[in-house]
Design a protein around this ligand. Structure first.
Ligand code: ZN
Length: 231
């Protein structure tokens, strides 16, 4: 039984002599495992379809977890992303989270991931900025959207240090409960998109806070080297 799915490759692992086992994520079907046979042979016509970040329409034969890729119409490979290490690391982290969040279809997270890759590849968006916006999108899609501009408790405008609370969202320092996580003023302004021209160390700290919050609320975190690479 053949089927056609729109999907992106989030992971590709060599298998046997010339095959690849792919993790695909589709907005309609969620995570799918499929093998791309013979794609490591010289001049294999489906080599491109087995590259991480390849986005297209995949023709799959078989069923369950035994799909085989029989054809692919490429929409985009976002190749400029691979020319910039920060963008590349961010793309890996985004694809990893997309995959982990997609045992069930997550069209909103899928769209956020594709938009992040597009913005890095063609719109000059920096890797860490794209990672930040993707983390915020993933939180929002999971029902944990953060309003980084006003205190969730008293409604004051946030312009100083703030706090992130699992139960209550973003709060000012006066309302922050004891078990909330402190967010310094620069990290908050970066997350909110008010000031993106900040030192890399602040971007890294802000993204780590968001990734930790995603883990605490949605149980998923990148175990790739994303944060380790940046220390
Ligand atoms: Zn407050």
């Amino acid at each position: 039984m053949d089927k056609k799915v729109i999907a992106i490759v989030t992971r590709a692992v060599p298998y046997r002599e010339s095959d690849m086992v792919l993790t695909l994520v589709s907005p309609e079907e969620g995570r799918i495992t499929a093998s791309a046979r013979g794609c490591l042979k010289p001049r294999a016509k489906l080599r491109f379809a087995a590259e991480p970040m390849n986005f297209g329409e995949y023709m799959l034969a078989g069923k369950g977890d035994r799909y085989i890729v029989t054809d692919c119409v490429q929409y985009d490979a976002f190749s400029p992303v691979t020319a910039d290490l920060d963008k590349f690391y961010s793309a890996c982290m985004i694809l990893e989270l997309l995959s982990k969040l997609s045992p069930e279809p997550q069209p909103g997270v899928f769209l956020a991931a594709v938009n992040a890759l597009k913005a890095m590849a063609y719109e000059g968006k920096e890797g860490r900025d794209a990672a930040c916006d993707f983390l915020l999108d993933a939180l929002r899609e999971g029902g944990n959207g953060l309003d980084l501009t006003t205190c969730a408790e008293c409604g004051c405008v946030l312009d100083d240090e703030a706090a992130l609370s699992e139960g209550g969202g973003v709060m000012c320092k006066h309302c922050a409960p004891w078990d909330s996580v402190k967010v310094d003023a620069s990290s908050r302004a970066f997350m909110a998109g008010e000031e993106r021209n900040v030192p890399e160390a602040i971007k890294i700290r802000a993204n780590r806070l968001l990734a930790d919050f995603l883990y605490r609320t949605q149980g998923v975190r990148p175990d790739s080297s994303y944060f380790k690479e940046q220390e």
